[in-house]
Design a protein around this ligand. Sequence first.
Ligand code: ADP
Ligand code: MG
Length: 463
Amino acid sequence: SGRWARAMAILREFEEKCGTPIGKLRQVADAMTVEMHAGLASEGGSKLKMLISYVDNLPTGDEKGLFYALDLGGTNFRVIRVLLGGREDRVVKQEFEEVSIPPHLMTGSSDALFDYIAEALAKFVATEGEGLHPSPGQQRELGFTFSFPVRQTSIASGTLIKWTKGFSIEDTVGQDVVGELTKAMERVGLDMRVAALVNDTIGTLAGGRYYDQDVIAAVILGTGTNAAYVERAQAIPKWHGLLPKTGEMVINMEWGNFRSSHLPLTKYDQALDDDSLNPGEQIFEKTISGMYLGEIVRRVLVEMAEEAAFFGDVVPSKLKIPFILRTPDMSAMHHDTSSDLRVVGSKLKDILEIPNTSLKMRKVIVELCGIVASRGARLSAAGIAGVLKKLGRDTVKDGEKQRSVIALDGGLFEHYTKFRVCMESTLKELLGEEVSESIVIEHSNDGSGIGAALLAASHSQYL
Ligand code: ADP
Ligand code: MG
């Protein structure tokens, strides 16, 4: 019928605009490399902030002693205690506790939030078991993973640029978040020193490096997306400090904010961005990450419903609600292997209140999920290829096989199998057979917490 043809025309046009042929991906990878250079050259030189982390000392495996970590980056935070046994014994013991933040504290005062966190930390410290105490006369040390945009001023200090992810506490903005935490710990009578302040990408990089010395970069694919990598200090023109002994510096790319004229963007992406809380920002993130993939699918379905009566004469009212279709639901539909696509049918019924969909319609929806996921996955691969290119690891030099490991973490990477598989195969496609043999993608499961504790160890005052 005419309706079906019109719906298919909308789908085909969307597919065409989302196209990521290999030539386009190479342009995206090249643009990423160019922007990395620009962001390293000067502050504000690029959409890529390329933030200097002050981490010039990644874990070696020799770290020893008792260390704490605090991981704050969403509505939950985790407190972690690890006993490190050095090269032979590695992680002897690891304990953690997860605490949720009451919503009123996310929009209250800075003191109230940090007091709450410090109290939870003090309670956790009080549960130290036998053999899990600091050496006599030594202060406890903590690695603080704080995954909000921070202008770092040293390894253990940094000012909050802005809150994101639903937090809004005016009096923290512009303050040193380590100072805020330290004052709160003093108020609750907890004697602990913050030895390192990092974000989740850097924590993941450190955690990955502890287990594998060839880890050179970390990428988060979760609600948002970001990457960090190890740069030569001499290749950072905007760094005017002393050259670190190791000659290396970890850079927090904030790659979610990458944008390029080569990105295949559609009118749906444009509208999503216009309607977002941060229009014009985080464009790469808005085509790739878990917060947005399901929403893009929903927007295309709205067009098919409104312009081609895809779901019948009336547009299903639930379909009009932004963010109602979450990426985990999209993923479940995309992975439906039943012959009648019954997962797709039940998701449409339960979430969008669209009953009685035909198999033909369900197949179209699976195809739509595939288009959105594969664009995101292929662009992620192009981003990684851009980082490898910046490091000169995208080619084989003089027949020498240099192993490069990238630590990946985040719910999207972990749970959206088709996304992950597509990303990995695209990276191979971009790098070629020979180079691919020396590039390894490693899942660093919750590496950011232990990573922060390890960075506290390598920046301990007792070394
Ligand atoms: P965060 O990024 O908030 O720190 P996670 O790394 O756990 O948290 O990632 C959570 C995100 O991962 C969710 O917002 C969602 O987009 C995505 N995600 C979680 N489970 C799935 C799933 N089964 N399929 C696809 N995406 C998922
Ligand atoms: Mg996370």
